[in-house]
Design a protein around this ligand. Structure first.
Ligand SMILES: [Zn+2]
Length: 425
């Protein structure tokens, strides 16, 4: 329970394929599916697992080492089936693509180019390569550049796959200098609720809510709106190059702000005993469920994924673990009595229809995220919440400087909350 864990990151990139052979990569992912199916089929037949790899590799039209990686992954699926109840055996008759898993410097290679971009070469088939340049978030590219130029990170296996029709490469890297404390060995769980104009974080220990911090970043929202209008204008004037450079400027602005905000959050978290930061996992939800307009707004208008990502990797460098929970009902549940109802939340105010608890609604959501995190990953119980401490608010100025914290919320019981003055919508 107390073992520190190696810092492992998966870096996601889009593949800008320069050689004219995207179809080669597609073929390889279909071949990868065949390898997967064949492995599962042989395992079900009772063939010795140690023999499967060689048998499949003889017939697969892939680099041998790559075949071995895919076989190993398929056997992992079989192993999980044997280990856990409640799942059927993996299917060996599925069609379509399966990620092409490859070893670094065997099935794929990366090079740092003169212009600081990162080139890739994937051996899609024996002696047949797909070349090009990686594209993606700067945070990911930065780590990859560090890995290519220093011993701080080791580059491991990668998976080439198609995501919504776009070719991607997901690269695993391991940090050799930092370890992260096991998340199940935490004494404070910190829930994070990201919104278009602010982020709320609440720290919960076995004793209750230790503190809440709300960081406003209205300038991100207003800058994004300003750039949106400018882009529209040049679009109408049919100047695509100007449109692109505006997009780049907006992105850099937002990214820079989010880096500062995430640094602030991680620093704040470190004042607590054995912290673990919990995020809502919003990525699975896009197509699946209608979570209402608030969630849709968060999905489409907000760089919240970037803020979650920056926070998690800065935390990892400090040895602070992070965890993910299902976001359902986090904004509709009353943190005091647990009553859950749509319509509890009205802009920045939360009012429980049951126990009449009222609060800053983003704080409530962040408490709920932390509660879910405790239930999912900790052995200690969720504390009884009778009252919540005052919300501390800071506002980031356009310069990046932070105002002294201002208390905007005065309450002894957590029920008297008309003091939420100064909360901006
Ligand atoms: Zn309530």
């Amino acid at each position: 329970m107390t073992h520190d864990q190696t810092l492992v990151k998966t870096l996601d990139f889009q593949l800008n394929i320069q050689s004219d052979n995207e179809s080669l990569l597609e073929d390889a992912t279909v071949e990868s599916r065949w390898v997967y199916n064949e492995t599962i089929r042989l395992a079900k037949q009772g063939v010795d697992w140690d023999e499967i790899s060689d048998r499949v590799a003889d017939d697969a039209d892939l680099v041998k080492n790559t075949t071995q990686r895919i076989v190993a992954k398929a056997l992992g699926a079989m192993e999980n089936y044997h280990k856990y109840d409640g799942f059927g055996p993996p299917s060996h008759t599925k069609d379509g693509a399966y990620p092409l898993r490859a070893n670094y410097e065997e099935g794929y290679n990366l090079t740092l180019c003169d212009d600081a971009s990162v080139g890739f070469r994937i051996s899609a088939k024996p002696y047949k390569h797909v070349n090009g340049v990686l594209e993606g978030d700067d945070a990911h590219l930065d780590i990859l550049r560090a890995a290519l130029t220093s011993d701080e990170w080791n580059i491991g296996t990668a998976e080439a796959l198609f995501h919504d029709g776009t070719p991607e490469l997901h690269v695993n890297v391991t940090n050799t200098e930092h370890t992260v404390r096991n998340k199940e060995d935490s004494r404070t769980v910190i829930g994070l609720d990201v919104n278009e104009g602010n982020v709320a974080v609440s720290a919960l220990s076995a004793d209750g809510v230790e503190d809440t911090l709300v960081i406003d970043f209205p300038e991100i929202k207003s800058e994004r709106h300003r750039y949106f209008t400018m882009r529209k204008r040049v679009q109408n004037a049919a100047k695509p190059s100007m449109h692109d450079s505006l997009e780049g400027r907006e992105e850099r602005f937002v990214r820079d702000r989010l880096h500062k905000v995430s640094r602030h959050i991680v620093k704040w978290c470190q004042q607590f005993e054995k912290p673990c930061i919990v995020f809502e996992d919003l990525k699975e939800m896009r197509d699946s469920i209608d979570y209402g307009t608030r969630m849709n707004r968060r999905l489409h208008h907000l760089p919240f994924r970037a803020l979650q990502y920056y926070t998690s990797y800065k935390a990892a460098f400090e040895g602070v673990p992070t965890a993910w929970i299902d976001p359902e009902y986090t904004s509709q549940r009353c943190p005091i009595c647990g009553h859950t109802e749509r319509g509890n939340r009205n802009k920045k105010r939360f009012k429980c229809q049951d126990c009449e608890h009222q609060d800053h609604s983003d704080r409530g959501a962040s408490v709920n995220v932390a509660v879910k995190g405790i239930k999912k990953h900790q052995e200690w119980d969720v504390p009884a919440l009778n009252s919540l401490p005052q919300v501390r608010k800071v506002r980031r100025q356009a310069s990046g400087a932070v105002d002294a914290p201002t208390v905007t919320h005065d309450t002894d019981q957590g029920h008297q909350t008309d003091g939420v003055a100064g909360v901006s919508d």
